[in-house]
Each structure stands twice: as C-alpha cells, then as structure tokens.
Write a protein that binds this ligand. Structure first.
Ligand code: CUA
Length: 278
C-alpha cells in the first residue's frame, strides 16, 4: 500500500509540476467543449477510472490482510480478560490471578484479550504489538497480541475518557514461558501468610502474652519477660533453643519442658492460634 501510494503521489506531483509550467499559456475561453460533455477523456480515465481501480485493489488487499491478522490469533495460548475503567486497567487470568496496569504474557504465542469496560469507552493500545481496540460499555471486543521478544511494552488508553485519560497507561511484560508460568503461579496465591500474621498479632496483644512481654510500637508493654521486639533476628530462644519456627512453637506451648522452673506459664492457645502467633 505504501508503494502504490508512493507511485500515485509521484504521478500527481509530476502532473501538477507540468501544469504549473504550462501556466495559462494554452487557456482559451473560446474553445468549444460541448463535444466532450463528460469532460476530457484524460480526466475521465486518470481522474475517475484509474483511482477507482486502485482503491478497489487496495480495499480487497486490506480485507484479505485483515482476515490473515484475525486468523493468526485464532488459536490463542490463553485468554486474558481486560477490563477498563476510570482510569486504570484490570487483567484477569484463567487461573483466577488478577492484576492491574501490568499484564504479563508469555513470548512467542498469541494471547487473546477479552476487552470490556466498567464505565465509559476506553481504547486498548499497545503500539508495538497491535492496532488499538475499543473497550465499549455492554460489549465484549476481542483482539490478540503476541510479543516475540521478551521485554516491556508500553500501553495506552487511546480514547478520551476523562480527567486522567492521559495517565491511563499500562505495561505489557513479555517473558519466556517458564518465567511467565512462575509469575502466574505466584499471582494466584492468597495473602495467607500476611493474614495469618495479623491474626497472630491480635492474639498476642489480647492474650496474657502481652502482660509479660513488650513489642515496641504496640500495646504490649510487659516487663516481666524478655522484650520480644525483633525476636526473629535473634539466634536463640531463651538462650537454649535454635530460633526456628518449630522450636518457637514448642517453647510457647510448653516453656517448662525447655527450661523447667521458669516463670513463663504454658500457653492457653489452640493449635491454630499458636500457629498464628508463631
Ligand atoms: Cu481510558 Cu482514555
């Protein structure tokens, strides 16, 4: 299409230059034009027939290319749901992983995108990977992208959608399949550890633990036992046990079995509570 356009452009500019050189030299209002009611044959051919043929050819050509583009993505490795909203992007993966403004894909395979919006019209555009496709309220638009080289590809919202339209940006992160799989596995994991730790903190602070131990920065200010702030950085527990999860659990459950006679009573915690505290 570029070279066809280049040839047409050259011919048109050539004719323009020629006509400027001829100027008004041959202009004669007395010439009788009634013999050519549809205009000069040159105009009819070069101005109507030839452009019509060229445009028709280009039209058919681009239709077949569009089909090829669609077909290339017909066997996608997976489908990612991309939902747009003011003014950010949400991506949902088949395994339940969800991310925002950062869409990871494996390299070398087509990835299908299911484009929707929660509010107004947006447009998903990663210039280095694909043409843009609109996210339209009440519709699912499908497109596919494929990155053959690992890297980060900048994406934009290409449809004015309000105050922060210009900052509605995102990244496509393309990585080798193995790295992508690892990323996807990590993404689907819940925040169990963190949630458990929060539970543990609550139990610690509301139980008798806080009566004897201090955790600086919390309501636990007990002075009878060791200050436990940064306990995890110490090498031993009570000076006799290696500082591991299992020995900490054992010590809290039954301190007397570790150091008979010490002031610390056995914990009145359920197994789950104990695990959370540890
Ligand atoms: Cu979303 Cu512009």
């Amino acid at each position: 299409m570029f070279w066809i356009s280049a040839v047409v452009f050259a011919v048109v500019v050539g004719l323009l230059v020629a006509s400027i050189r001829r100027g008004r030299r041959d202009h004669d209002p007395e010439i009788d034009r009634s013999e050519a009611p549809w205009g000069e044959p040159f105009i009819a051919i070069a101005g109507v027939a030839v452009p019509a043929l060229i445009l028709l050819g280009v039209y058919v050509f681009s239709l077949s290319e569009m089909n090829a583009l669609q077909a290339a993505g017909s066997k996608p490795a997976m489908t990612v749901e991309v939902s747009a909203r003011d003014w950010w992007w949400e991506a949902r993966y088949p395994n339940g992983a969800v991310t925002a403004n950062e869409i990871h894909i494996p390299i070398g395979v087509p990835v299908r995108l299911d484009l929707t919006t929660r509010d107004v019209i947006h447009s998903f555009w990663v210039p280095r990977l694909q043409v843009k496709t609109d996210n339209i309220p009440g519709r699912h638009n499908y497109m596919w992208i494929q990155a053959d080289r690992a890297g980060r590809y900048r994406g934009f919202c290409a449809e004015f959608c309000g105050l922060q339209h210009t900052n509605m940006n995102f990244w496509i992160v393309a990585e080798p399949q193995a790295e992508f799989d690892a990323w996807l596995d990590d993404q689907v994991a819940d925040v169990t550890e963190a949630a458990l730790a929060l539970d543990g903190a609550e139990i610690f602070l509301s139980s008798s633990c806080a009566g004897c131990h201090a955790l600086r920065g919390t309501t636990a200010v007990g002075l009878a036992g060791p200050d436990l702030t940064h306990l995890a950085a110490r090498e031993t527990l009570a000076g006799v046990l290696p500082n591991t999860r299992s020995s900490l659990e054992q010590f809290i459950r039954d301190p007397q079995s570790v150091k008979p006679g010490i002031a610390m009573p056995p914990a009145e915690l359920t197994a789950d509570e104990l695990r959370a505290v540890v």
